[in-house]
Design a protein around this ligand. Structure first.
Ligand code: ADP
Ligand code: IPE
Length: 260
């Protein structure tokens, strides 16, 4: 089983509210279709310009405090925005003949201290057994400490990797992989293979593109450190046709972290 994170920056334009990048998702679906059903997949997509602007407007990460009436409305609105993005994404997969199946992250995970402390994975396991492709997403979630919170797709991927031990975890991003500094800076170089020490070094100097309430590249690298205990992790450009196929064939067109 392979877990693929479809970055919000791939499936939408993070600087343009409610923009869905249908062409990018079509290419991803076509490439997955070459390997399914021999290989099984779980997909997790990010919030992009659907989730982040709402989460920020309603300050969901601060929890259920202050104007709680407005907070509850914002919590629901953020989730609904994610359902829209999930719907648009799944529609493309179905068109390509893949049985993508929506699983609302907020209905199966509980958070405490900003991370998942409980996940009901039974349904997911059964969906995989039946040949379906579960599609989860960064979402709002109930938090045991502060009431409500945001759960990133990267956190979900990390939890699923720990519990389900996939053979590969693939992060589709809008850049070619992990660079030695922000790729927008002059002279940034792509790192083809990242070590534990390399990640720790990078964590000191990272930031994300556009509006991102869940911490961007820094948190992604922290999660990658955890995931590499269980499987190889790839970071590739999800907007470049053929990249996903290469990883699924065992090549590395971006950055790889080999399982520790
Ligand atoms: P996603 O939406 O795919 O989950 P993010 O937007 O959170 O990803 O993070 C990806 C962005 O992080 C890239 O668009 C890039 O501009 C930025 N970034 C900052 N530093 C780095 C780095 N060292 N390597 C790769 N990307 C980086
Ligand atoms: C964020 O998920 C979810 C919400 C804001 C509701 P991610 O943090 O995984 O999203 P991207 O990939 O960075 O857009």
């Amino acid at each position: 089983m392979i877990i693929i994170k479809l970055g919000g920056s791939v499936i939408s334009d993070k600087n343009n509210p409610y923009s869905f990048n249908r062409e990018a998702v079509e290419v991803i679906a076509e490439e997955i279709a070459q390997f399914y059903p021999e290989e099984s997949f779980i997909l997790v997509h990010g919030g992009g310009s659907f989730g982040h602007p709402n989460a920020r407007e309603y300050k969901i990460r601060e929890g259920l405090m202050g104007d709680v009436k407005r907070k509850r409305i914002g919590f629901s609105k953020t989730h609904q925005a994610m359902l829209k993005l999930n719907d648009l994404t799944i529609e493309v997969f179905l068109e390509k003949g893949l049985p993508a199946y929506s699983v609302s992250s907020s209905s199966i995970f509980l958070i405490e201290n900003g991370d998942i402390i409980y996940g009901d994975l039974e349904i997911l396991r059964k969906l995989l057994e039946k040949g379906l492709i579960p599609v989860l997403f960064g979402d709002t979630a109930v938090a045991l400490d502060k009431g409500i919170d945001i759960l990133s797709g990267d956190q979900i991927v990390s939890y699923l990797a720990k519990m389900l031990k996939p053979s590969k975890v693939i992060f589709l991003m809008d850049v070619d992989g992990i660079y030695d500094k922000n790729p927008k800076e002059k002279g940034a170089k792509l790192i083809t293979e990242l070590t534990k020490e390399g990640i720790e070094h990078l964590l000191e100097s990272s930031e994300s593109a556009g509006i991102d309430v869940t911490g961007g590249i820094g948190n992604k690298l922290k999660k990658a450190l955890e995931i590499a205990h269980y499987s190889d992790v790839y970071f590739i450009n999800g907007k470049v046709k053929g990249n996903l196929t290469k990883v699924l064939q065992g090549k590395n067109p971006g950055t790889v972290i080999k399982r520790w």
